[in-house]
Design a protein around this ligand. Structure first.
Ligand code: MN
Length: 227
């Protein structure tokens, strides 16, 4: 295939202990998947979680210095477990869903909260609040062949050494199998798709100069900063 303009570079994530990288196709995110976060945001806890998307080239990696984004005065962190798929399909049975998982990582669903809230009030799409340059920091993946499929473990995020977010994977409303099965009703999932699985309570505003460190027990850590 030849193109009329230069083809873009494939976004990718490193894999711990492996020289080859994981090519990222699409980024899916789960909204409202931890009860305490639904409560802190004042949302209806009886409503099921749902999905939204970011673009693959919004990924940044370990050590990234992330520019404070345009248009916002309330730029917030949401630490999340990342699930990376090696295969996919439509209408996936939850019983087989984990067979599609290549591995797991730690990510942050960076959010322009004021713009997200404004679009919610106006019943407009969430893109302006969720989908912007550098909005998806992700650390190295750990293959499921090494670590299995983590269903418990602390998920946490510190800003300048102070703990802001803390939860446990046991608190996920939809577990990983359910997330994959539900999302595959909406789109045909494929190899390279990654899913950010929702954030625990404690989301808060960031400012230039902040140093973020986050992690999930049994999966890994991720450090980035805001400039
Ligand atoms: Mn999120």
């Amino acid at each position: 295939m030849s193109y009329v303009i230069p083809a873009h570079t494939m976004p990718s994530l490193p894999v711990a202990g492996e020289s080859k990288s994981f090519p990222v196709r699409r980024i899916w995110c789960v909204g409202r998947n931890y009860l305490e976060h639904i409560r802190e945001m004042g949302n209806d806890e009886r409503q099921p979680p749902f999905f939204f998307a970011k673009h693959a080239d919004m990924i940044v990696g370990e050590g990234a210095e992330i520019p404070y984004p345009s248009l916002t005065k309330d730029f917030q962190h949401e630490v999340e477990m990342v699930v990376a798929l090696k295969s996919g399909g439509a209408n996936i049975d939850p019983k087989n869903a984990l067979d599609h998982v290549y591995g797991y990582g730690v990510g942050i669903d960076l959010t322009r909260r004021d713009l997200q809230m404004a679009s919610r009030k106006k019943e407009q799409p969430w893109e302006i609040g969720k989908s912007f340059d550098f909005s998806a920091p992700c650390g190295a993946l750990r293959p499921a062949s090494e670590i299995g499929h983590p269903a418990k473990g602390k998920i946490w995020l510190n800003v300048n050494g102070v703990e802001k977010q803390k939860g446990d994977l046991t608190e996920l409303i939809w577990n990983v199998s359910e997330i994959i099965a539900k999302l595959s009703l909406q789109v045909t999932l494929g190899a390279g798709d990654i899913i950010l699985t929702g954030t625990p309570a404690g989301v808060a505003a960031l400012k230039p100069g902040d140093r973020i460190e986050c992690g999930i027990d049994g999966i890994g850590t991720l450090k980035v900063s805001i400039k």
